[in-house]
Design a protein around this ligand. Structure first.
Ligand SMILES: [Mn+2]
Length: 310
């Protein structure tokens, strides 16, 4: 049982994934709040050094460390769809809490619910099952993950459970206004400039059902936009009526490229990028391609995607 492992541990490290988002870090921060009530040592760890500052409103954000504690005896990771997403190697007992379809259940214990909207929902249900009192800090951290992973409650996957959780969290003190202000009112000028350029270069393929974006290092430099900002355009491309998949190929500074794929769910993004060592969800997936042959890569990907179109 994960709870007895937590019980018997004295220094627990909570791990958010590489380049954390509101869900991964929100889940870790909520757990941090919860475990503070015990007599244990708790660390909040993430291997990335330039963490998205839009997440700075999360409780305990200032406790984040890049240094993995040497005396730790237990690790809990959040929203890491594959083991490599932790960004560290550990031999310690590991509890893997997640909602990614690609998660293979690595770790000593895995709590995975693929039907959950967010990893914070998996944590929320764990808290409810264990009668954990949800205070304002915990509620805000859990709510941030739910809000962001549900695309502000716009995904078709939102159901009664999603809204019941949101209702309970707001009642428990989740700060909705702060979450939306920090997560969605911090867009940079660079990202808007990039958006203009990317949209004018977008190609529509496969009878206009696949959108393709090619991002060079030059374009990123010229606009000053970050990779995260770059990928926002994929979700926007999917807002077009007939688009079923949006594909982005981003030139990598160390050669090769990064692949990002967003789909409507009919086309399984995780399945397509699995061949490239990628992981993620049916609707969103990413992978790293190490060869310098983008035209070949794009041709193959478009063929694979086209096969899945319905
Ligand atoms: Mn998530």
């Amino acid at each position: 049982m994960p709870s007895s492992l937590i019980e018997s541990s004295s220094h627990i490290v909570l791990v958010a994934h590489i380049n954390p988002d509101a869900d991964s870090l929100g889940a870790a921060c909520a757990f941090y709040s919860y475990l503070l009530r015990s007599q244990k040592k708790i660390s909040l760890f993430c291997t990335s050094n330039d963490i998205d500052q839009r997440l700075a409103f999360l409780p305990w954000f200032d406790k984040l460390t890049q240094r993995f504690p040497v005396d730790a005896d237990c690790v809990i990771c959040f929203d890491c769809g594959s083991y490599s997403r932790l960004g560290i190697d550990t031999t310690l007992p590991l509890i893997n809490i997640d909602h990614h379809a690609s998660n293979d259940g690595y770790g000593t214990h895995a709590i995975i619910d693929v039907s959950a909207m967010s990893t914070t929902q998996v944590v929320y249900e764990y808290f409810v099952a264990n009668s954990v009192k949800i205070n304002g800090k915990i509620a805000t951290a859990l709510y941030a993950g739910l809000l962001d992973d549900s695309k502000c409650f716009s995904l078709g996957k939102c159901d009664a459970k999603t809204f019941a959780m949101a209702h309970h969290l707001i009642q428990s003190g989740a700060d909705h206004a702060m979450c939306t202000d920090w997560l969605y009112r911090r867009r940079s000028l660079a990202s808007l400039r990039l958006k203009g350029k990317l949209l004018s270069q977008m190609k529509l393929l496969s009878d206009g059902r696949v959108a393709l974006f090619e991002v060079t290092l030059g374009l990123l430099e010229e606009t000053g936009a970050t990779l995260v900002e770059c990928k926002q355009i994929l979700d926007e491309a999917l807002e077009m009526r007939f688009i079923q998949a949006a594909l982005m190929i981003i030139e990598h500074p160390r050669g090769g490229s990064k692949i990002s794929l967003r789909t409507d769910g009919e086309v399984n993004a995780a399945k397509i990028l699995k061949e490239f060592g990628g992981g993620g969800h049916a609707t969103r997936s990413g992978a790293r391609y190490k060869q310098n042959n983008d035209s070949e890569l794009i041709k193959n990907l478009i063929t694979m995607i086209t096969k899945e179109l319905v």
